[in-house]
Design a protein. Sequence first.
Length: 132
Amino acid sequence: METKTVKIEKPAEYNIIIGQSHFIKTVEDIYEAMVGAVPGIKFGMAFCESSGACLIRSAGTDDDLKKLAEKNALAVGAGHSFIIIMKDSYPINVLNAIKDVPEVCGIYCATANPVELVIAETETGRGILGVI
């Protein structure tokens, strides 16, 4: 097993939520939870598939935030992980709605602070061990 850290790239004023889920429908359901919790919210999210082609699925209300989430998800590459990047809004406004999404297993962090993820990689794939 190899371990490494991946720094999440984002402007200092943006908030992020990083979590784990278990199904590809996560992207659609988190999108609906976000826009339902805060009408007009600006965000982008990306989800790493863990089987098949291991695609990055994404959605959002802001193309630049969506692209930034995709870039970070690709760098992390941990199956079933997701990252949400928000502008002009805060995790406290959406966190309960996200936790209520049936596919969401857990939240690693929700912050505007700089974040590095500790990643483990084996022959099977990658996983998030923790947050710094």
